[in-house]
Design a protein around this ligand. Structure first.
Ligand code: SF4
Ligand code: SF4
Length: 582
């Protein structure tokens, strides 16, 4: 069972003693090599987006790796043992030392490995940072967001704490949406089917916040005639063991998935679009889990590329006319070599593919890697250094940036808003699914969605709380056009008043509002009164304010959407919440 919260009990002295003990357990070949061979040539400096955005030498990779190297040298370098002042070697001795290391490990490096590929000596700074994180995590000096995600993976089995019941209900509901989407009442998303050719494992964000992406893949599998299933357990392809330096967690997540695949007797495990999820599942987890596997692990990108090459799916470029660029997720491009598959797919299904420079293994990090999206205390710094990525995106002139990673999607969405780029984000499979020609069907089975008012339910009452009149009117119109009765609130105080008076079936809630902000409204709604039963869907244009909702000791909202949002996204979220809450 998890021990992630227990080290918080340690005093400073105990932490320092334990830190120095645990540091010694990290002496594997790569760690020793990366600590020993740096010649301080400085070639890695301009490879780092933290340095490039700030020009602060303390943000250079060599400064960060030196923080680890100095501790290493203190014990393992003969010159440092004799003359530590000369070499700068030092032991961790004070709480300030720990605080400085914590800031470097969690707040100043996304473990993107761009510096690694630019180092002539082969120093892997990201590996040193992971080792440092591992020790800090073990003494309780990890950000609360990281601890929470680890706790959810240990205790619930997935990083967003999705219960088994919620998972099953969501997949069943998505199965019905999928049947509507492809116009085949028999189409479903199979759960725990034995003997399938494909076991598809996903990022929990897809189940909780981005069902469109799962629907897109279901559509592709349907068109290709794939024999697939999703597992009941071991379905989370992410693994915070990688970011937190926790090999025990890494092995536990890997084992859950691999044992399930073996039990179901599937032919291969296919990992959805998640950079670190694919790296962890394909390359790291089998080692952490100490398991020999009898099935291959592949990315959905490789699978879709195969479908196109084999003629199993047909794509129509004219359905994606807008200029589109591709962001290479660091973990896929630099650590897994998956650079050509997404480009091949996108070139088949968009009319105007624009390359981004630099790209492939030399691409800039989205700025949200290494678990950065879960550490709200570093949000401002993350967005400041995201300037490098923003400039790179702007130079493409594209209207859409596609990427094969859910974490990158969130980070790119944040920086697009901060730097007012006016671009949209999409996964590669979403773009492909839009261009997909479905198999011919008898006339009666031509894809027709259920009437939306039927899906939402006539007479359903929805409270739309948003101070932006355009956004409020858009959300309200979409809901009203589909059979809902809508009441509108222009600020937080009005939202609470209307919630008490109208007792709606659902509330869509903006965060950044005058008077009471969304976080205060949410707190008041969920404080234990009758109102607590009303499901809430956050719809915000300020994702950096998410902490006002999610950092509270309350159950998370039932739904979340980033603005600008589309009518389809709103309806999918509303349908999901209402069908699962009734
Ligand atoms: S490029 Fe490599 S050898 Fe040169 S300073 Fe950076 S880590 Fe050290
Ligand atoms: S791994 Fe990435 S973020 Fe970390 S120091 Fe290297 S270039 Fe910078």
């Amino acid at each position: 069972m998890s021990t992630v919260s227990e080290p918080n009990q340690l005093t400073s002295e105990e932490k320092i003693r334990k830190f120095n003990e645990l540091f010694e357990t990290k002496m594997n070949r790569n760690f020793v090599l990366s600590n020993s061979v740096c010649v301080h040539c400085g070639m890695c400096v301009e490879a780092c987006h933290y340095y490039e955005a700030t020009k602060d030498p303390k943000n250079s990779p060599v400064y960060k790796s030196d923080a680890v190297r100095k501790i290493y040298k203190h014990r393992h370098d003969w010159l440092s043992r004799i003359l530590p002042i000369w070499t700068g070697a030092r032991q961790v001795e004070t709480q300030e030392d720990l605080d400085r290391l914590k800031d470097i490990a969690w707040g100043s490096c996304t473990m993107c490995r761009r510096c690694t590929i630019n180092c002539p000596m082969g120093v892997d700074t990201a590996l040193l940072i992971r080792s440092l994180r591992s020790v800090l995590n073990a003494i309780g000096d990890a950000p609360e967001g990281v601890k929470q995600v680890c706790r959810d993976q240990y205790e619930v089995g997935n990083q967003m704490g999705v219960s088994r019941q919620d998972y099953v209900e969501t997949i069943e509901w998505l199965g019905e949406e999928h049947a509507d989407d492809v116009g085949d009442p028999a189409a479903r998303i199979p759960l725990d089917k034995t003997g399938a050719d494909v076991m598809y494992v996903v990022n929990p964000r897809e189940v909780k916040y981005a069902p469109m992406t799962l629907l897109a893949v279901a559509r592709i599998f349907y068109a290709a005639g794939e024999n697939w299933t999703m597992p009941l357990e071991g379905w989370d392809n992410t693994n915070f063991g990688l970011f937190a330096g926790d090999d025990v967690l890494g092995g536990r997540m890997g084992r859950a998935m691999f044992e399930k695949a073996a039990q179901l007797g599937v032919k291969r495990v296919v990992v959805s679009e998640c950079g670190h999820g694919f790296r962890a599942t394909r390359w790291e987890s089998p080692n952490w889990a100490k398991m020999g596997l009898t099935f291959p692990i592949v990315s959905i990108l490789e699978v879709v590329e195969g479908y196109i090459r084999e003629g199993r799916i047909r794509l129509d470029k004219s359905l994606n006319p807008a200029p589109l660029t591709y962001h290479d997720p660091c973990n896929l491009a630099r650590s897994c070599g998956l650079t050509e598959e997404p480009r091949f797919i996108l070139r088949q299904c968009v009319e105007n593919f624009v390359e981004m420079y630099p790209n492939r293994a030399d691409n800039w990090c989205c700025s949200g890697g290494g678990g950065a999206m879960s550490m709200s205390e570093y949000t401002e710094r993350r967005l400041e250094v995201a300037k490098i990525k923003a400039d790179q995106l702007r130079a493409t002139g594209a209207q859409i940036v596609a990427t094969a990673c859910h974490n990158c999607i969130d980070a790119l969405t944040d920086l697009i808003k901060r730097y007012k780029l006016g671009m949209k984000t999409a996964t590669v499979c979403e773009v492909a699914a839009r261009a997909l020609a479905l198999p011919e069907k008898p006339k009666a089975a031509v894809p027709v969605r259920r009437p939306l008012e039927q899906a939402i339910g006539a007479g359903v009452k929805i409270l739309v709380a948003d101070d932006d009149r355009d956004a409020r009117t858009f959300i309200a119109t979409v809901c009203e056009d589909n059979g809902a009765v809508v009441v509108q609130a222009r600020n937080g105080n009005e939202a609470l008043e209307l919630a008490r008076r109208e007792m709606p079936d659902l509330i869509t809630l903006d965060i950044d509002m005058p008077g009471k902000h969304g976080g205060e409204v949410y707190q008041a709604l969920k404080d234990g009164s009758e109102l607590a039963k009303i499901p809430v869907c956050i719809i915000t244009g300020q994702p950096k304010l998410r902490g006002l909702i999610y950092d509270r000791p309350l159950p998370p909202p039932e739904g979340y959407l980033d603005k600008p949002t589309t009518d389809e996204e709103i309806l999918l979220a509303v349908r999901k919440i209402l069908s699962l809450s009734h």
